[in-house]
Each structure stands twice: as C-alpha cells, then as structure tokens.
Write a new protein. Sequence first.
Length: 155
Amino acid sequence: MKKIIASKYDLILLSTASLSFFFFSMVGLMQEAFGLVEEKGAGLLFFFLFGAIDFLFLWTLNREACVVWVDNGVVKRKGLLWGFYKECPISSIKAVKIRFLYKTGDCIFLIDGYNPNRFGGYSRLKKDCFIYFRKTKKNIAFLRTFWSGSVEQWY
C-alpha cells in the first residue's frame, strides 16, 4: 500500500510558518514570565495572538498536506495530524480532473459524484470535499495504479 502526501509544497511552507509562529508565541510567554515587558499581560496577549495564528496554520496544514492511499479498491484520505478522513471506492469515481489552484499549482481531483458545495463549485477545506493531490510525476504514477481512464482539464 503506497501512501502519498497531497502537497509536499504546502507541508514545507505551512509547517515552517507554524513553527515560526509557535516560536513567536513562546517568546511572548517568556517575556511575560521574566518581566521583560512593561505592560502587564502584553506577553500573554502576544502568546495568545500568535498561538491563534499558529492554530490556523496547523488546521490548514492538516487539510492541505493530507495523506492519500489506496487500500482494497478504496481511495482513502486522512489529515496529516488529525481527522479530515474520507473514503472513496474506486468504482464510484466518475472522473479525474486537473485544475490549477493559486499558490499550489496543478492538482488532480478525484470526482466521485458528491459535491459538498451546493452552488456547483468546490471547497478544498470542507470535510467531504473531493480527494485531490498535486500533479507531479510521482503522483501521476500513483494515480495510474488504480485509474486507467482519461484525465481531463477542469476549468
């Protein structure tokens, strides 16, 4: 069973940003603990502000850089850190489409007939969104292990 990470670019970018904001939040907490700030609570405020931003980075990292694999005829996706789990039987995949995403590049979407956005679009951050991963040579080879049909451009 071969596993891939949906977007290694997002994994590197978001984990670096998350670690940076975690460091900044710890600096704020240390300043408060050692009395290096003049205003009471400024270091704590700094800690909570950067902690909240760090949580958003981790939440996005969990969804953008998820793990995708095939097991017994079912394509599965799981968040890198927690949750964001979805299963899609290969028999229910109606089409495979490529779409350009801003800052991510070309991505391969497995269209399974269920669209969580009732307005006809898509949302990559919803729990029931389409399973997708970046278009790379390695990921195309992974796709060809279970999909022999055509791959279309999605506008």
